[in-house]
Design a protein around this ligand. Sequence first.
Ligand code: AP5
Length: 221
Amino acid sequence: MAKNGVRMALFGPPGVGKGTQAALIRESAGAAHISTGDALRKAAAEGTAVGLKAKSYMDRGELVPDEIVIAIAKDILGREGRRGFILDGFPRTVVQARALDEALAQLAMPLQVVVNLQAPEEELVRRLSGRRVCVKCGENYHLESKPPTAAGACDACGGELAQRDDDKPEAIRNRLGVYREKTAPVIDYYADRSVLRNVDASGPADQVFRKIESLLGSIRG
Ligand code: AP5
């Protein structure tokens, strides 16, 4: 399978496994993993003006305004996207999808595929409420499906594991509502452009990864 230079977006509701799958694909395809959520959390942790503004939206489970997210995504794409890219959590509105198309046309790097990960809502809630993240290196865990070897400590760096503010019950409910209202319409946008592929993401992470690999193989030959 010719995976080098893959140009794809991972799409789907909060907790469906976009970040988990992006990390696996990056390892095997060598493309840049571009997560607007990670970039915004980094900016917030650094205390930049943009980061602090974004944090107020993120903690409530609201979308950060389009103009902020589009500028961040374009900046990272321009710097890191040449070797191929896996977009994770971007675009999340039709306005963002249009801006992405324009930016990629200018870079002569059109999207090859948008992988739409799907899982039942009760599974999303289970995944989000059980997620724990290393405060030092950002590694992701799940209390049931991917527990750390020692409770509360990161296997990779020994850092403390914490729950994201937006993984608390009220923020989770809000994020799922925002997804249905503002993000789900992006599915039609990509279906109309014939780049959308649905993948059942309800099973274990390695099984989902194999489905995505086989899909990429069929697309890229
Ligand atoms: P972001 O960080 O992108 O959050 P999200 O899209 O809500 O996605 P998550 O990171 O919560 O879930 P995921 O699908 O990546 O799942 P993961 O692999 O971690 O965005 C956060 C916020 O930033 C947004 O709410 C918004 O405010 C802002 N933002 C970001 N981008 C934006 C944009 N474009 N526009 C506007 N605002 C934006 O997995 C979740 C858990 O499940 C983990 O514990 C994992 O170990 C476990 N897991 C994963 N796969 C499986 C599996 N197959 N089986 C069992 N467990 C699994």
